[in-house]
Design a protein around this ligand. Sequence first.
Ligand code: FAD
Ligand code: SF4
Length: 574
Amino acid sequence: MPDSLYISNRANKLKSYDAIVIGSGISGGWAAKELCDHGLKTLVLERGKNVVHVKDYPTAMKNPWDFAHRGQIPLKMQKENPILSKCYAFSEASQHFFVKDQEHPYIQEKPFDWIRGYQVGGKSLLWARATQRWSKYDFEGPARDGYAVPWPIKYEELAPWYSHVERFAGISGNLDGLDTMPDGEFLPPWELNCVEKDMVERINNSYHDRKAIIGRCAHLTKPAPIHIAQARTQCQARTLCERGCPFGGYFSSNASTLPWATKTGNLTLRPDSVVHSLIYDEKKGRATGVRVIDAHTKQETEYFARIIFVNAACLNSNLILLNSKSSRFPDGFGNDNGLLGKYICFHNYRGTLNATIDGYSDKYYYGRKPVGAMLPNFRNVHKHEMDFMRGYMVHFSTGRGNAVGVQDQPEIGGAFKDRQTEAGEWGVFMMMQGETIPKETNHVRLSPNTNDPWGIPQLITSVAYDDNDEKVLKDFLQQGKEMLEKTGCRNIMQNDSKQSPGLDIHEMGGCRMGSDPKTSLLNKWNQFHYCKNVLVTDGASMVSTSTQNPSLTFMALTARAANHAVEELKKGNI
Ligand SMILES: Cc1cc2nc3c(=O)[nH]c(=O)nc-3n(C[C@H](O)[C@H](O)[C@H](O)COP(=O)(O)OP(=O)(O)OC[C@H]3O[C@@H](n4cnc5c(N)ncnc54)[C@H](O)[C@@H]3O)c2cc1C
Ligand code: SF4
């Protein structure tokens, strides 16, 4: 039987739903799609403005000369946004999809570059779309190597859900047969350019423990009927993706999951709705709804539902949960063990290499493919054998011309003009994506005395690298140099960007899954151990980071959890 609050609000059709989803980004979009597909009347609450696919991509078709600063961020904006300006994707063409530093301040106890997109679609509009499955080694890692807590699920349990989301989202890739990076339901792969092909071959011939492959990404290389049904079409290889893609060539909530959910007739999308906290009913022992502050009027409203999905992106989900205090949960939602907000982890992106490569002067390429090559992790895969824990994957790409590998050249005048007509040298870029070890000390918490304009405590970030990260970085720089030498590169430069955590934009943890309620917040279905009708399925729920990109795994976990929640609702268990 629903509680009285639920009954009274059931009468008010505007405020009572079967399900509420907090956040409309990558994971929230998937929750909405799955729940709506199963017939649940679903309310998606999004703090940012509405962004309607195609209509609200104001820069998508602009040429460089259409921008006041030719696409560059002007100095004034750079000065006003010292954090955001570090993000490679922040440009004059994409700036309207990023949260500006001054708009939503947070407190950095230790340096942390928090990059956010507050709008319908969240960061799904902005992401780089690299999508690889995690492997069994990733899910087995914490138990094998004794860090964090054991994952409560195995790769095999998630594999069908990877397939489910891959088919719908559209992931391009090659079937490589690697157990370190399992194959998926792929659309045709892109093609590496001639230099990348040779480098891949040379790396693979030089090492028995390494296999470089072409990147995998959420782009429609050859749309299937399910993509046409979403009114999406083939990627045009323009790489202007952060502006929003009118072709629906890449996966975003705006192009894919949200319009799909809308078509079911079951979705209500409320932009400009800042979720303040969850409402917990002590008598029923369940959450009944959420408190929402209107982004503009600051008026508070409550919405009610039988299940609630928290998908505000890792740190904001932690924030909402920490702010959801009740006499049952005085320290934050479901937080009996005091671990909410702790074990935040991220990806170590500090190491990069630049080089040039001789030859290929009679070769060129056309189009702008959105992927390069990648090398799945080869460290500590089958057993722990290095002087550091876990490992890193490597992305690398090559290009010819002025943009890549050429530095300290004039950017005006005759020499500059001459250079525009020359193909130039081939340049090589290589970067690491290192696993970080979740630690209790890496945490976020609420400020006790500083609120934002919506009356919500500001978030304090206390996240840093450790010695393990330094060792992983050192190994990558050594190995990267050696691999580049073996492929015939010259002028190899090793770089440690020393960038702060956060700029990887792969934050995870704080509300992790696990089998033991003493050491985790969520069960194997992403439900709170102590309140089963609330599910967290974004990065906050992750136990560890893997070396792979994370968002495909957020999607698969979300689809799996949503389908389980629907089953549990049908059985009357939640
Ligand atoms: C430049 C860039 C490149 C990236 N490249 C990759 C990549 O190649 N591969 C990869 O896997 N990942 C990549 N990422 C990361 C990826 O974008 C995120 O992992 C992913 O978007 C997370 O999905 P999410 O649903 O958790 O959060 P988001 O997509 O950020 O969505 C969260 C939503 O919640 C809303 N929200 C927040 N707080 C509240 C609140 N209180 N009330 C209501 N709504 C709220 C936000 O406004 C937002 O719309 C990249 C990100 C960026 C910015
Ligand atoms: S590269 Fe493809 S996905 Fe990106 S904007 Fe162009 S058409 Fe769209």
